[in-house]
Design a protein around this ligand. Sequence first.
Ligand code: GLU
Length: 298
Amino acid sequence: MRLIRTKAALATAALALTMAACGDAGDDGEAADTPEVEVEENAADEFDEGTRMRELAEAGSINIGVKFDQPGIGFKGATDDIPQGFDPEIGKILAADLGIAPDDITWTETISDNREPFLESGEVDLVIASYSITDERRAVVGQAGPYYETGQQLLVHADNDEIEGVEDIKGMEVCSVTGSTSLDNVKAEGAKPRGFDTYSECVDQVLDGTVDAMTTDGAILLGYAAENPDELKVVGDPFSTERYGVGYSPDAPEMCEWINEQLTEAFEDGSWEEAFEATLGLSDVETPETPELDPCQG
Ligand code: GLU
């Protein structure tokens, strides 16, 4: 097992954060307000021939599917070059172990409904996109982790005092995203579900009063509420457990152990926490305990 050398990078990350506070830019062209990763040298030699990790390390590039519309988790504004958020940071940590620098990562937008198809077709190498681990998904693609746990909650207009929790949504119009666990869960709670392709479409419906509430993972909702604190609020206790995993191709089962090793190291050397605090942590989401990883199957 190889060590990702991110410990040394933490000092650099602290410096990068200080520079960000001063409005300075990093020397690699990246925004300076995210932690830096230390990219492995000669990474390909560390992996067996025929493994997907070796192929990616030899290619020197990787295509990672992330969300583009979830502040704090995976977000790319119209004028941004690259997405920002906890999920892209996890992607950078994994890519660094393959010898791939952040600048050599291709970021592809994945919406909830196309994550399995994109992994099955090879459109992307990994999906790191608020991607809850479920048995149904694991029947068609690989999912390693979890690297984060959250739970489904509700987002309502700040002046809505009718909905205080999941017990109040029976018969209410509640939007979420097609292909998400959130839409299925809210149907089961007796709401009138409204499915959209993206969460940004859904949040617009709450803002203009077309629907009563939006529902998805609390971490996602807190990001939207933090962007519109006068107009939106998150209500109620979490009513599901969402365990975010890293999706990989069903044809590359060897990726599971490698992803788990890298996540374990990131949990232990502080780079996971650093990534969290520079992203989701800025939306008032408390840094949680590191989750327990599922063993890889077979
Ligand atoms: N985590 C849930 C899921 O994977 C909801 C968030 C999302 O759609 O990305 O379905």
